[in-house]
Design a protein around this ligand. Structure first.
Ligand SMILES: Cc1cc2nc3c(=O)[nH]c(=O)nc-3n(C[C@H](O)[C@H](O)[C@H](O)COP(=O)(O)OP(=O)(O)OC[C@H]3O[C@@H](n4cnc5c(N)ncnc54)[C@H](O)[C@@H]3O)c2cc1C
Length: 495
C-alpha cells in the first residue's frame, strides 16, 4: 500500500459565527459555564465517524455548534434544558465524543440555534452499595476514572469498549454500547439498574430494583436514545467483585466457517467465555503478519478468554479447549493473546494514519441469528467487492465475530480502500449503502453496538417497521414536545 505522504496538519474549516443572541449568551452564562470559542465549538461538533474525520482532513464546511455548555451539576443541566426549551434552542448532549455515526453533529432542525452540552464535569461516583453490589454514578465519568474508583473497592463494571479511554458512562448508555468482555458482563443495558434523565418535560428517574413486572420498562427507552429524549445525568450500575483469575488464549482453526460452527456449539453447550473473537481468514492473515506469527495455510484465529473465580476459569477454559481441539483447533497459548491484548485499545487509531495517507477506512457492525450469519457475511463481502470493482479500486475487507450468543453473533467488518480523490464522500456512501442493504436483506440488525447517529437514519423504518416508529415518535413528543433534543438523530425530522 502507501498511496500518499501523510498530511502534515489536518485541514480544518473555520466555524460560522454563533447564532445565539447576546441575551441567550448572558442568560446561559448565569446558569452555567459557557464557551463560544471557535476551537471548542468545532471540536464539539465532530466525532469519530468516517465523514467527520474526512471532513476535517478535506476542510469540508463545518456545521458548528453555536456554543458549548459545561454544567457542574444536575441542577445546572436542568436549568439549561428549561432555558433551551423556553427559547427554542436545540441541544446536543456530548459525552466523550467518540460517536462513529455522526451522533454529535450539531443539527438544529427547525430551531434557531444549537447548544452542545458537555457532561465531563458530572464525573463522580456518588454512592457504592456493596451489599447489593450497586454503584450510583454521574454520567460524564470516563471509563478509566470509573474503573479506578470501583477497583479501589475491589469491584469492576467490566465494560471495556475499544473506546474505553475516551468514552463516558452517559455515552455508553445513550448508544447501548458493548465491551469485548460481554460474554461475562453483558452489554451496558445489562449493567444499568436505573437511570436519571433530564427531559424537556421534566426529570425521568426509573426505580432501582433488580427486576419488576409493572408494564413496559421505561429504562429500556433511555438505553439507546442517543440524546433524543433528554440528557442522562446519573445511573445506578450493577457491579461485580474484581475477577480472581483470567485466562486468554489464541486457538487456530482451519476455516472461519468451521470456527463459527464450533464456537456456536460450544456456547450452546453452556460454555460461555467472557471473550470470543473469531477473525476470518483475511483478518487472521493480517493479525498474524503484524504479530510475526507463521502458519502453513491461512487459518481462522479464535481469541478465547475466561474471567472469574479460579475454578470458573480453569474449568471453563478446559471445557472450551476440549470442544475446539476435538474439531481440529490448535491452542497457541497465551503469548499470542497478549499481543492482541496490547493492541486492542491502540489499533483503531491506526485508522487516522491511514486516512492521512489517502485511504478510506470504515467499520460496520451487525448481529444476526446463526442460521443467517454466513449468508450475511458472504453477502457483505460480495457487495463491498462489487462496489470497489465498479469504482475501479482494489480494497481489503476484513471481518470478525466480536460478540457471541446462544442464538447468534455480532459481525464486525473493516474495509480499507484507496480513496477516490475528489469523490471521497460518494465512494464511502456507495460502500456503506451496499453493505447495509445486504445486512438488512439477510436479517441482520442495522447496528449491534454503535447506534444510529445520522449515518443509519435512512434504514430506521426498515429496522423497526412503521408501528414501532410511530410509538417512538409518540414517546419523543411526550418527553420532548418541541423536538429540541438532538434533532435529526434516531428519528428523521419529518418522522
Ligand atoms: C476507536 C473507537 C472504538 C470504539 N469501540 C467501541 C466498542 O468496542 N463498543 C462500542 O459499543 N462502541 C465503540 N465505539 C463507539 C463509541 O465509542 C460508543 O458509541 C460510545 O458508547 C460513545 O460514548 P461517548 O461517551 O464517546 O459518547 P458521544 O460520542 O459523546 O455521544 C454518543 C451519542 O450519545 C449522546 N449522548 C452522549 N452523552 C449523553 C448523555 N449524557 N445523555 C444523553 N445522550 C448522550 C450524544 O448526543 C450522541 O448522540 C468505538 C468508537 C471509537 C472511536
Amino acid at each position: 500500500m502507501g498511496r500518499r505522504e501523510p498530511q502534515e496538519v489536518p485541514k480544518m474549516s473555520a466555524a460560522p459565527s454563533s447564532e445565539l443572541l447576546e441575551e441567550d449568551v448572558e442568560a446561559l452564562k448565569i446558569i452555567t459555564e459557557l464557551t463560544l470559542e471557535e476551537d471548542e465549538r468545532i471540536s464539539h461538533s465532530i466525532g469519530k465517524s468516517y465523514r467527520d474525520l474526512l471532513g476535517v482532513r478535506l476542510g469540508l464546511p463545518i456545521e458548528a455548534t453555536d456554543a458549548v455548555a459545561l454544567p457542574r451539576n444536575v441542577d445546572e443541566v436542568r436549568r439549561i434544558v428549561e432555558f433551551a426549551s423556553a427559547r427554542g434552542i436545540a441541544i446536543v448532549p456530548f459525552g466523550g465524543g467518540t460517536s462513529v455515526l455522526g451522533g454529535l453533529r450539531p443539527l438544529r432542525g427547525n430551531h434557531r440555534a444549537v447548544l452542545t452540552v458537555d457532561l465531563r464535569r458530572l464525573n463522580k461516583v456518588l454512592e457504592i452499595d456493596d451489599t447489593s453490589m450497586l454503584a450510583r454514578v454521574e454520567a460524564g465519568i470516563l471509563g478509566p476514572e470509573l474503573e479506578e474508583k470501583l477497583q479501589s473497592r475491589g469491584m469492576t463494571l467490566g465494560h471495556y469498549p475499544q473506546s474505553f479511554h475516551f468514552s463516558v458512562l452517559g455515552g455508553w448508555i445513550a448508544t447501548r454500547s458493548r465491551g469485548h468482555l460481554s460474554g461475562r458482563y453483558g452489554g451496558i443495558e445489562d449493567m444499568v439498574q436505573a437511570v436519571k434523565v433530564i427531559t424537556p418535560t421534566g426529570e425521568l428517574a426509573t426505580k432501582g430494583i433488580p427486576a419488576r413486572s409493572v408494564g413496559p420498562e421505561l429504562r429500556e427507552l433511555i438505553l439507546g436514545s442517543e440524546g433524543s429524549l433528554g440528557i442522562i445525568v446519573e445511573a445506578v450500575l450493577r457491579v461485580r467483585r474484581k475477577a480472581e483469575a483470567t485466562d486468554t488464549r489464541v486457538v487456530l482453526f482451519d476455516s472461519f466457517s468451521g470456527a463459527l460452527d464450533v464456537c456456536r456449539k460450544m456456547v450452546q453447550a453452556g460454555i460461555k467465555p467472557a471473550l470470543v473473537r473469531i477473525s476470518d481468514e483475511e483478518e487472521s492473515a493480517m493479525i498474524m503478519a503484524l504479530a510475526g506469527l507463521e502458519a502453513e495455510d491461512t487459518p481462522s484465529l479464535i481469541l478465547l478468554g475466561f474471567e472469574g473465580s479460579r475454578l470458573e476459569v480453569v474449568s471453563g477454559m478446559k471445557g472450551a479447549l476440549n470442544i475446539l481441539a476435538e474439531a481440529g483447533g490448535v491452542d497457541m497459548g497465551h503469548e499470542a493473546a497478549s499481543v492482541w491484548e496490547e493492541e486492542y485499545y491502540r489499533s483503531p487509531y491506526q485508522r487516522d494514519e491511514l486516512l492521512d495517507r489517502g485511504y478510506l477506512v470504515e467499520t460496520l457492525e451487525t448481529a444476526a441469528s446463526w442460521s443467517r450469519l454466513w449468508d450475511l457475511y458472504a453477502g457483505v463481502h460480495r457487495a463491498l467487492q462489487r462496489v470497489n470493482e465498479e469504482q475501479g479500486v482494489e480494497g481489503l475487507s476484513l471481518c470478525h465475530l466480536s460478540h457471541i450468543y446462544r442464538d447468534g453473533g455480532s459481525l464486525y467488518f473493516t474495509m480499507i480502500v484507496p480513496q477516490l480523490l475528489g469523490r471521497e464522500v460518494e465512494q464511502w456512501q456507495k460502500l456503506k449503502e451496499a453493505a447495509t442493504e445486504v445486512i438488512m436483506h439477510e436479517g441482520g440488525t442495522l447496528s449491534h453496538h454503535h447506534g444510529i447517529g445520522v449515518d443509519h437514519l435512512q434504514w430506521m423504518r426498515e429496522e423497526h417497521g412503521e408501528a414501532a416508529l410511530k410509538a417512538l415518535r409518540a414517546v419523543k413528543s411526550a418527553l420532548d414536545p418541541s423536538g429540541i433534543m438532538n434533532p435529526g438523530k434516531v428519528l428523521e425530522e419529518e418522522d
